[in-house]
Design a protein around this ligand. Structure first.
Ligand code: PMP
Length: 462
């Protein structure tokens, strides 16, 4: 019989944490690897962030930063706000939250239901913009008397809470038998705290981060450069900026997942496992399933985190209409970004020139990079293209072409698609006589797809 005394609480804050570990079954198909999920929607506020909400407020009380009647301000994807609001309700503090406008309506309504003031800020602004939700929150703290910034992106209490609670809970629930831990990184609090705890107990535990395409974390992890980030739809994970709460020394690998794969996996978790989860759970389980398949061993144990409830996304990816509108319901659609990210590093990026380049320089450039066509890009726009054969013929006819600008020899510009377009669309463009297709991300042309790339990608996938 269960120890029921453990389920009696003096207030709702005591019901935070000690969430169940639930085995995933049907989503694995025939794969024998054990896959277990720590299901965080069992927290009173419906997400893993309840854990840090109360911990941050109590730390601020202990340090004297937060005084009776004070105000808690935070920039949040929604869930941290709910966690903070629960603790603030019990303790009599006010809350003001800034949210990027891509966050679901349900989250905004939930925050307001707890009595918080909510300020919506634009999603598509740079981290340094005064309109960025983090910067708006900082300004509010400066302007509000007796206010503190919860600062989930910089507060050491965030990873510390997961080191103290989530990590030990997982370790205890699996009886120390864990090979791989998979998690997302928003602030990085969960992966840093749990990763540290698990690696201290067993340095062989592999810690893998699931990161949306469009986030800059994976590139930063691999090259220490925060590359270009672009808008993605999964909420709560990924970033265009590094945070001091993300401790990369406890992470072994980052893997990218598309919005589509994240949402379809979250929907499968709901329909096949009865777990109504949010989009980041889909991102995480997509990677967990890859790892389970790679291990392919009934003795191996993969543990992942399901950070929040799907109830707050009912009007988004849990709705067929919404998914259809985003063209994410159709099966077997691969996005341009997946192909570009799978290109060998020596073919990454775009070799291009401006129309003022001479015939000789263009031929040298193509020869040097072993390519037979060259996009001409001016001021970020595709303005024309060059084909090696055609340029050589022009030179044979008239050798002065070698030292003149190539403009008269150029052909039509290659079409430009978005990183989020499908490969099917690109293939259609290539079969209509275009030699290549360019891909734009965050306003810049950053990739090129040729027939060879598509064929190489398809043969590698099979
Ligand atoms: N998933 C969701 C839905 C979240 O709200 C968050 C927190 N931003 C995370 C995952 C990531 O957790 P962490 O901030 O601890 O990295």
């Amino acid at each position: 019989m269960k120890d029921l005394s453990k389920r009696v609480h003096q207030n709702v804050l005591e019901a935070i944490g000690n969430t169940p570990l639930i085995r995933l079954n049907r989503v694995l198909g025939r794969c024998p690897t054990q896959l277990w999920a720590q299901v965080e929607f069992f927290n009173p506020g419906g997400s893993i962030k309840d854990r840090i909400g109360v911990a941050i407020i109590e730390a601020a009380e202990r340090s004297g930063a937060l005084k009776p009647g004070g105000t808690v301000v935070e920039s949040t994807a929604g869930n941290t706000g709910i966690g903070l609001a629960i603790a603030a309700s019990l303790k009599g503090y006010n809350c003001i939250f800034t949210l990027p406008d891509k966050m679901s309506n349900e989250k905004v309504k939930l925050l307001k239901a707890f009595g918080a003031d909510v300020i919506i800020t634009p999603s598509a602004v740079s981290p340094d913009s005064p309109e960025n939700y983090v910067n708006v929150a900082r300004r509010i703290v400066e302007e509000t008397p007796n206010a503190i910034l919860a600062d989930q992106f910089g507060n050491p209490e965030n990873p510390e809470t997961h080191y103290r609670t989530t990590g030990p809970e997982i370790w205890e629930q699996v009886g120390g038998r864990i090979d791989v831990f998979v998690c997302g990184a928003g602030t990085g609090g969960t992966i840093s705290g749990v990763g540290r705890y698990l690696k201290e107990r067993n340095p062989d535990v592999r810690v893998v981060a699931a990161d949306p395409y469009g986030s800059g974390f994976k590139e930063y992890f691999e090259s220490e450069r925060m590359g270009h980030s672009s808008v993605y739809l999964v909420e709560g994970i990924g970033s265009d900026k590094m945070h001091t709460t993300l401790h990369l020394e406890y992470v072994d690998e980052f893997r990218n997942v598309s919005d589509r794969d994240s949402f379809l996996t979250a929907r499968r978790l709901t329909r096949e496992e009865g777990l109504l989860v949010g989009g980041s759970s889909g991102t995480i389980v997509h990677v967990a399933l890859q790892l389970a398949q790679e291990l392919n061993d009934e003795k191996r144990v993969v543990v992942c985190i399901l950070p929040d409830s799907g109830e707050r996304y009912l009007s988004k990816f849990h709705s067929d209409e919404w998914m259809r509108e985003k063209r994410m319901l159709e099966t077997d659609k691969v996005l341009v970004q997946v192909l570009l990210d799978n290109k060998p590093p020596s073919f990454a990026g775009v070799i291009s020139a401006e129309g003022t380049i001479t015939g000789r320089e263009a031929l040298d450039l193509m020869n040097k990079h072993n390519i037979s066509q060259l996009p001409l890009i001016e001021k970020g726009e595709s303005v024309g293209s060059l084909k090696e054969g055609r340029l050589m013929n022009a030179v044979l006819k008239d050798s002065s072409v070698l030292d003149a600008p190539v403009k008269p020899s150029m052909a039509n510009p290659f079409p430009v698609v978005s990183y989020q377009d499908t490969l099917e669309h690109v293939t259609r463009l290539l079969t209509r006589g275009n030699g290549a297709v360019l891909a734009r991300r965050a306003g810049r042309i950053v990739g090129i797809v040729t027939r060879y790339d598509i064929i190489h990608f398809l043969t590698q996938r099979q």
